[in-house]
Design a protein around this ligand. Structure first.
Ligand SMILES: Nc1ncnc2c1ncn2[C@@H]1O[C@H](COP(=O)(O)OP(=O)(O)OP(=O)(O)O)[C@@H](O)[C@H]1O
Length: 288
């Protein structure tokens, strides 16, 4: 599997949503991480052939997807951000409906739906209307429809929005089990959604790809730049103006702060191990 993105840019009137993106995805889970407005949905929609880039090219296993979109679509599963289910249908009816839209023959679809209902733990409720499902159950139905054609490329756009912490954990586990022999691209602005499951992280900010590497490598990049110290309110006010403060907690001894900086923010500051949260802040807050 090989998805090659070459010099892809996207402009909406005078708004630049993507700037010259160059990257190659192979297999595993790619975490597309960036704040709101970074361009994640735009990039995913272009990869899913739902939109065209203003310039640049995308190849799926060597084929230009703009010229032959069907090649990619046949192997694509897509769970968009604003995925709507039909509340009056039950899970089986909904999946049969989606299978017919996707052109999956009904005999094959029925077998596949039965497998997906079991695999996605929907058996107990599959005959009840989807309108009464929890957020996590609806997302599992969303993933089921994306998996109807057993896709090699699975794209999920901000899938954990609206899920409670337990549902988030279960959803992450589900994606990990699906990653075998597939390329999964998952977008999020929540670091914890991907830090434990992403094979590679693509950091997107203001339409630019700032970094693309393994989570551990990203963390190594800012190792030695994260500091912790306890300061007074006055010191805190001064430090906050000058440095990137990633955390501040009131303690009985003063304010405990975590700072990302090349230099120690105060003489008592001690170096601490960097986290992916620190990396995210470092890349998306500092002017590059
Ligand atoms: N159809 C459109 N017309 C004009 N501008 C758009 C359109 N779609 C997206 N944009 C703009 O392009 C930029 C990137 O948007 P995009 O939705 O791709 O970001 P995102 O990272 O997915 O953020 P979010 O999580 O908020 O959806 C934003 O500034 C957005 O306002």
């Amino acid at each position: 599997m090989n998805l090659t993105i070459q010099q892809v840019s996207k402009k909406y009137k005078n708004k630049v949503a993507l700037r010259d993106i160059n990257v190659q995805f192979t297999s595993g889970i790619i975490g597309l991480l960036g704040p709101n407005g970074a361009g994640k949905s735009t990039l995913m929609r272009i990869i899913a052939t739902l939109d065209q880039p203003s310039s640049g090219q995308i190849r799926w296993n060597g084929t230009d997807i703009a010229k032959k979109p069907k090649k990619l679509r046949e192997e694509l599963g897509f769970l968009p951000q604003d995925f709507g289910v039909y509340p009056g249908l039950n899970a089986i009816e909904f999946l049969e409906y989606m299978a017919s839209i996707k052109g999956v023959p009904m005999k094959i679809a029925r077998k596949r739906i039965n497998e997906l209902i079991v695999a996605l733990n929907l058996t107990e409720n599959c005959k009840y209307p989807i309108g009464g499902y929890s957020g996590g159950m609806k997302q599992r139905v969303g993933i089921a429809q994306a998996l109807l054609n057993d896709p090699k490329l699975l794209i999920v756009d901000e899938p954990t929005v609206g899920l409670d912490p337990e549902e988030r954990i279960r959803f992450r586990q589900l994606l990990s089990t699906l990653a075998h022999d597939r390329l999964i691209i998952l977008s999020t602005h929540i670091v914890s959604d991907i830090e434990s499951i992403a094979t590679q992280i693509a950091l997107l900010h203001q339409g630019q790809l700032l970094a693309y590497m393994q989570p551990e490598k990203l963390i190594q990049n800012i190792e030695g730049k994260v500091w912790k110290c306890i300061v007074t309110s006055d010191q805190f006010n001064r430090i906050q103006k000058q440095y990137l403060v990633s955390q501040a907690v009131y303690r009985s001894e003063g304010m405990e702060i975590r700072v990302i900086s090349d230099q120690p923010p105060c003489s008592e500051a001690k170096k601490v191990a960097a986290t992916l949260e620190d990396v995210y802040l470092y890349y998306t807050t500092l002017e590059k």
